[in-house]
Ligand binder design. Structure first.
Ligand SMILES: [Zn+2]
Length: 250
């Protein structure tokens, strides 16, 4: 770390749990963020400001006026531009030393598998259930931890699936595939600060996992009801019959 980095990250270096070791882990890390909307905005902003070395931003959508209510990485100036590019502009303003790879595409199949296998961690910020299942499978196969978040109306959820931990459930253990009822913010609505709350927790879990500090939300689902501001944690168990990770739990 050079003098400028020692100053820039000094408030993290003051924390004994993080110190040089944790900060260096972040500087060396590469993280894939799938979805640069309400959840992806705070995730990308905090991972960049905290000094994560490389961010791969994946989103095939463009910025619309109705996004600005909650997708705080985008601005009126980038309406009409791809969200991944708009996010990269803002990241460069906050931390120009963060390397950013912009991918304006809908991720699936081998493309997703190859990209996931090349990073240290994935943050799921999509609102598409099919993509969530594909991403879960790719992360499990590549043994890459997956930080998952969801937010709708006033309700949010966060958990971590860590395929390196034999006791960890995966997304498929908890949610069956097919015949799913998809709720989206465009039809159901979402409270603006809720996505900030959920996304910020996702960023915190991602940084903890990368620096290997504290206890990650593996096997626990953190739920928030923002109307009552009630936070609860529910224990999650792996499904031994899970078609994705069942072999690990025999
Ligand atoms: Zn599973």
């Amino acid at each position: 770390m050079n003098d400028q980095q020692l100053l820039q990250y000094s408030r993290h270096l003051l924390l004994p749990e993080i110190d040089m070791h944790g900060q260096q882990a972040w500087l060396d890390a590469s993280v894939l963020i799938l979805g640069l909307g309400g959840l992806g905005s705070p995730v990308a902003l905090y991972l960049a400001s905290a000094g994560v070395g490389k961010l791969i931003l994946v989103d095939d959508d463009s910025v619309e006026l109705s996004n600005l209510q909650r997708q705080v990485i985008h601005t009126t100036e980038t309406i009409g531009e791809p969200k991944a590019e708009s996010a990269a502009v803002q990241i460069a303003r906050i931390n120009p030393s963060t390397e950013v790879e912009v991918r304006v595409e809908r991720f699936s199949g081998e493309t997703m598998d190859v990209a996931v296998a090349a990073v240290d961690l994935v943050v799921d910020c999509t609102d598409n259930l099919g993509t969530r299942h594909a991403l879960n499978r790719a992360c499990y196969n590549a043994k890459v931890p997956l930080v998952s978040g969801a937010a709708i109306r006033f309700d949010g959820q966060i958990t971590v699936y860590d395929p390196r931990d034999e006791a960890s459930p995966c997304y498929r253990c908890l949610y069956p595939e097919g015949a799913e009822l998809e709720l989206t913010c465009s039809t159901s609505g979402v409270f603006a600060p809720l996505v900030g709350m959920v996304g910020t927790v996702q960023a915190a879990e991602a940084l903890k996992l990368l620096a290997n500090i504290g206890e990650p939300l593996v096997g626990r689902l953190l739920m928030v009801d923002a109307l009552r501001m009630d936070w609860r944690t529910m224990k999650l168990k792996a499904d031994p019959k899970c078609p994705v990770c069942g072999d690990a739990h025999e």
